[in-house]
Design a protein around this ligand. Structure first.
Ligand code: AMP
Ligand code: ZN
Ligand code: FE
Ligand code: FE
Length: 283
């Protein structure tokens, strides 16, 4: 079994990377892609745990790019070299943008009478990247909302009083960062873009190599039609649960979607092409 889209507490997931890998092993996963938002901080720990548990870890990342509203383009990068200096410089810049955004969100929440402590939000995020889910957890602690979903619905999503647009990153730049680090750029949860064909028309010519077809929240018919889209554009069909923690959302459980081994083989082959001299994690 394979899961190519997961988050640890290096970003807004709940489990530490080693615990995530232990869980993956317990569920029978042989290959796990760790794709934290805008950071590779969890990759080292995951790879070490993978060696202990017999789970192949694909070093990955998920870069948030695109619009000011709910429609965003998320790019997954697979088999990236976490040591790549340009990639890390980009990630440091995005992390700074995330902190500045959260500061503004907290100001707005205070202004509308539902204050949370900025310090607490950063504490909840820990050493990894901070995001709206950490603000949501702080809102719960202060008793302003009961669940993360309610926090987004009432305060954090586009059009709500706590919403602040994210730090703007163009998807073309995210693709270049991933490819420059020897990785394979893949469009995550494509329906979230609001325009799959338009997005592919824009991004395939600048180096997009894959499409997330077997996504946790997509039903069989959607997966079948996305598979057809991937084949038509010559893209590698990938998939994963987008796991953030147990019971996060329906369809988002670790190892949920069935992802073919073919996805891993084709990603590996594409990464070898990008960085021919590099030593690759072996199967
Ligand atoms: P950010 O990266 O700070 O914009 O936060 C986006 C993250 O928040 C997503 O990757 C999800 O993990 C989470 N998220 C977005 N919308 C919701 C929602 N309605 N309910 C729960 N979590 C959400
Ligand atoms: Zn997330
Ligand atoms: Fe995403
Ligand atoms: Fe994700």
């Amino acid at each position: 079994m394979v899961d190519l889209h997961t988050h640890s507490n290096a970003s807004d997931g709940v489990l530490p990377p080693a615990v995530l890998v232990a869980e993956a092993s317990r569920w029978g996963l042989r290959t796990l892609g760790l794709t934290d938002h805008d950071t590779t901080a969890g990759v080292g720990e995951a790879v070490a745990a993978g060696a202990r548990f017999g789970v192949e870890i694909i070093p990955g990342v998920e870069l948030s790019t695109g619009s000011d509203g709910d429609r965003e383009i998320h790019l997954l990068g697979y088999f990236i070299d976490p040591e790549d200096a340009k990639l890390q410089a980009g990630l440091a810049e995005f992390a700074h943008g995330r902190r500045a955004r959260v500061e503004r969100i907290v100001e707005r929440l205070t202004a509308v009478g539902t204050p949370v402590e900025l310090e607490r939000v950063f504490e909840l995020a820990g050493p990894g990247t901070v995001g709206r889910p950490h603000v949501a957890r702080a809102l719960i602690e202060r008793g302003h909302v009961a669940t993360v979903a309610e926090a987004f619905e009432r305060f954090l999503r586009s059009g709500r009083p706590g919403f602040v647009p994210r730090y703007k990153v163009e998807p073309e730049r995210a693709i270049a960062l991933v490819a420059g680090a020897g990785g394979v750029p893949v469009l995550a949860h494509p329906l979230g873009t609001g325009d799959v064909e338009g997005t592919l028309g824009r991004l395939v010519p600048v180096g997009l190599r894959g499409l997330e077809v077997y996504y946790g929240e997509y039903d069989e018919a959607t997966r079948a039609s996305l598979r057809e889209v991937a084949d038509r554009w010559g893209l590698i069909p990938t998939g994963g649960s987008d796991f953030h923690g147990a019971g996060f959302k329906p369809g988002r459980d670790l190892g949920g979607p069935s992802v073919p081994l073919e996805s891993v083989d084709r990603l590996r082959a594409a990464a070898r092409q990008t960085a021919p001299g590099r030593r690759m994690p072996s199967a």
